[in-house]
Design a protein around this ligand. Structure first.
Ligand code: FEO
Length: 134
């Protein structure tokens, strides 16, 4: 799906992180496709849950790597993760209550957040890892 197509410029050059980012894009792409196909709540909810669960797994893994490498930007980076998690969980709660439809705007928010966070914050951490392991 074009909106969540992976690009090389998103690479942070840490194999596990890059692999997890690709998977996040893949799940988000499936969610977008389901929305585009007019799938109902029942079809979309499990994909949204998968995206949330995998995002948490990824954030946890990334934060562990930061702590293991004594990354000085850890606290600020974790705060970004927490901000996204809170926002998506709030959305999920409202989605579950039927208060909102899963909108194009939400998926664009996710896309913008993922791209900006990966291109800026995650790549900054990738640079730190390269210096630490050089
Ligand atoms: Fe890859 Fe900081 O999330």
């Amino acid at each position: 799906m074009a909106i969540f197509a992976w690009k090389d410029e998103y690479r942070v050059d840490e194999a596990r992180i890059d692999s997890q980012h690709k998977r996040l894009f893949e799940i988000a792409g499936r969610l977008y496709e389901a929305m585009q196909a007019g799938e109902g709540h029942r079809a979309m909810a499990p994909i949204l849950d998968e995206l949330i669960a995998y995002t948490r797994t990824h954030f946890g893994n990334e934060e562990s790597l930061m702590q293991a490498s004594a990354y000085p930007g850890f606290a600020a980076h974790r705060a970004e993760h927490e901000g996204l998690t809170e926002r998506v969980l709030e959305f999920r709660r409202r989605f579950g209550e039927g208060q909102v439809a899963l909108t194009v705007e939400m998926l664009h928010f996710l896309k913008d957040w993922l791209v900006r966070h990966i291109a800026e914050s995650d790549r900054r951490f990738g640079g730190w890892l390269r210096v630490k392991t050089a």
